[in-house]
Design a protein around this ligand. Sequence first.
Ligand code: EPS
Length: 409
Amino acid sequence: MLRYLTAGESHGKCLTAIMEGVPARLDLAHDDIDRELSRRQIGYGRGGRMAIEKDEVEITSGIRFGRTLGSPINMIIKNRDWENWKEIMNIEAMGNGQWAMGEEVTKPRPGHADLTGALKYGHDDIRNILERSSARETAARVAVGAVCKRFLDEFGIKVMSWVVEIGGVEVSSKLKAQSSKLEEIFFNAEASDVRCPDKAISEKMRKAIDRARKNGDSIGGIFEVAVTGVPPGLGSHVQWDRKLDGNLARALMSIQAIKGIEVGMGFGVAANLGSKVHDEIFYTKGQGTRGRGQGKDFWPVVPRFYRETNNAGGIEGGMSNGEPIILRAAMKPIPTLYKPLRSIDIKTKKPFQATVERSDICAVPAASVIGEAVVAFEIANVFIDKFGGDFVDEIKRNYRGYLEYLRKF
Ligand code: EPS
């Protein structure tokens, strides 16, 4: 079983992630993780904070001479901004009965964890909630996802993402992941600072972000995550907590500000007839992979049951069916606004209109990279669950055996 925990406050000293269950003898370099961390930081619409941070991982355990040991991997990402917050985020008691040097936050933002967190944990300083509910935490999850991606790469499994909508500006349905050109869509999205595969739409999205900024508002959107090179049979139909779609949806929903998830055709299934929804099954005996080409060491030897369509998004009965996995997540506009929304001060119980100093306008491009990370974790987890093994070559041996069995099925 693969598992992880993260720790760290947004303006605390650092973020930490401990991963357990990563197989031994996986090549893993510092750069594999830093590359993903910097992808998360790119994105039109971020606020001033990203100019301060330049995320880099420090690995303190689990790796020796560039290879995993099979022991827990501990990763640290420093918060550069902590230098400016040392007093406010002091670990030690202040000694004068004060909590936070008279800088308590008492004005909860609508849409944020602020008020409910304060009520739940008994805090009269909302900072004690917002520091941890902040999406800064996702840097640690991206580090975890980067390790999982490195592992999946050994098996030709690729996790990609792109943005399909920002504030109502949408790519054409041809570009959405129903199509077979996933690698190409991803390549184009990587070149866009809103992670949108279409240049003209990218420009419209940037304009929508600019408009929101000018109006003191924030703006949400939708991103897609696609996984290619996945064998059939990951996850299971036999128990609720082993269903792959359920676990993927939970993982994506756990990203800050995500309010909706779709798999494949998603909500579209409700309006269509069964004959238009279900993907018919075909069989090819040869080595043809219909141009998918992923998993070059593995796939070409497998005759395939395949579908011409992929409305199921690669998952049927809670199991991967061998088609690319396609997921979509909707992100709400960030709740920290320059435009004041009505709320009540928890100390004075009086209405107030919020003023803020610094905020992101749009973080959908960053969320799409985070989506890749949490999806990579779930896929790596079910992959290890199915193919077992404590070191990478052992898992490869098991995987080859499974593919051989599929070839004869
Ligand atoms: C965040 C508020 C902003 C974001 C932050 C998430 O930070 P600050 O309050 O320091 O301006 O920049 O995101 C990150 C720091 C990050 O690394 O993504 C929030 O309230 O969720």
